[in-house]
Design a protein around this ligand. Structure first.
Ligand code: NAP
Length: 349
């Protein structure tokens, strides 16, 4: 890149992932935030809505219907599904890259997309060239991509938690892979919902989505691709009384070959060069507060029965699970150091 700053637009700046993109991009020295949209708050200074951004972000919200986003080098869609695919063709025609934090470009099979998201896919041709945005899995493709489908939060924990085993063929698919996952309430976004009212979500914990969660087909498709095999996947998400954070406990049956492998060493070596993935020392277990506000994802392994491995993964759902990973993808796409703007030490306590 030249010394000129990258012009960035954010569609959906009033939501949680939009605000998180603003927090991270505000200190990214190679980026200029030129447009942040809101349908209801056009004209309002962003920092009036989010006082945490006072002194860092000095633009006002603009109406997504009238703003010209083709002046941007890259546009993030921090919106519900269906928005990015409506605008992506025109942006790409103007040489503007697209990173969608929703699901429009995550599923390659349009029939699966249409079944789970109840709408036709408006640009299946673009879907073919879209790249699933986990840099630790798809870095080379992301580098060359014009459209990135930023993954769901749960899928990031499951896929990075299992990738070393899948790539080495160490999972016995005669038993299902099980993911028992917990998310903080910000995973549901900032819009008003009864389930996320303080009196509903605090001092309470519940499983949800067992009859069908939208991340199930996304994880399933990516697992099968990594495994190059059919497999069964059981997914049980939970809502826990935290604002941010995600902890996924994964259970897999190991192949007979795995008995000859030092799995702790395998994970440590697999992620040794990954800035954001931390494999904890044997015996340690990760806590969500060890990643709060940061793009880190921490993994621990424990073998309680000889044929099975338990993997515990934590991340901040809004950062590595959404906005942080989106900025990481942008860094890869535009040739910046991957951790630029993402060197945030987790907040604790
Ligand atoms: N929250 C998470 O942890 C998380 C993690 C991974 C992925 N995601 C995904 O990221 C996306 C955003 O999530 P979020 O949690 O930030 O949601 P959110 O807090 O509900 O925010 C949604 C944003 O989209 C805007 N918006 C809604 N409909 C729009 C439309 N038709 N056109 C333009 N803008 C529209 C809203 O702004 P205005 O109403 O002001 O226009 C708002 O800023 C979702 O697809 C979600 O599934 C979220």
């Amino acid at each position: 890149m030249s010394n000129q700053k990258l012009k960035v637009g954010i569609v959906g700046g009033t939501g949680y992932t939009g605000a998180e993109l603003l927090r991270l991009l505000a200190t990214h020295l190679s980026v200029e935030i030129v447009a942040v949209t809101s349908r209801g708050e056009a004209g309002l200074p962003v920092a009036d809505m989010f006082p945490s951004l006072r002194g860092y972000v000095d633009v006002s919200f603009t109406d997504p219907e009238t703003v010209d986003l083709t002046i941007c080098d890259v546009v993030f869609f921090a919106t519900p599904h269906g928005v990015a695919m409506g605008q992506a063709p025109a942006l790409l025609a103007a040489n503007t890259k697209v990173i969608d934090l929703a699901a429009d470009f995550r599923l390659q099979d349009t029939a699966v997309f249409e079944e789970w998201y109840n709408m036709p896919h408006s640009c299946p041709d673009l879907l073919e060239e879209a790249v699933y945005g986990i840099p630790e899995l798809n870095r080379a493709d992301i580098k060359a991509a014009n459209v990135v489908g930023n993954p769901g939060c749960y899928p990031t924990t499951v896929l990075l938690g299992l990738a070393p085993l899948l790539e080495q063929g160490l999972i016995d698919f005669s038993a299902p892979i099980i993911a028992d996952a917990k998310s903080g309430v910000s995973g549901a976004g900032r819009k008003a919902l009864i389930t996320t009212l303080y009196s509903e979500a605090s001092d309470n914990m519940k499983a949800y989505g067992l009859s069908g969660h939208r991340h199930h087909p996304e994880i399933d498709a990516q697992l099968k691709q990594l495994a190059e095999s059919d497999l069964q996947f059981i997914f049980v998400p939970h809502l826990v009384p935290m604002i941010r954070g995600m902890l996924s406990t994964l259970y897999v049956k190991l192949t007979a070959n795995a008995k000859n492998v030092d799995l702790q060493a395998l994970y440590e070596q697999h992620y040794a060069k990954e800035y954001f993935v931390d494999v904890l020392s044997k015996g340690q277990l990760p806590e969500t507060r060890s990643v709060r506000g940061s793009n880190h994802l921490r993994i621990a392994l424990q073998q309680q029965a000889s044929d099975y491995l338990t993997i515990v993964v934590v991340q901040d759902n809004l950062v590595k699970g959404a906005a942080g990973q989106a900025v990481q993808n942008m860094n890869v796409m535009f040739g910046f150091e991957e951790h630029t703007g993402l060197d945030v030490v987790p907040l604790m306590p």
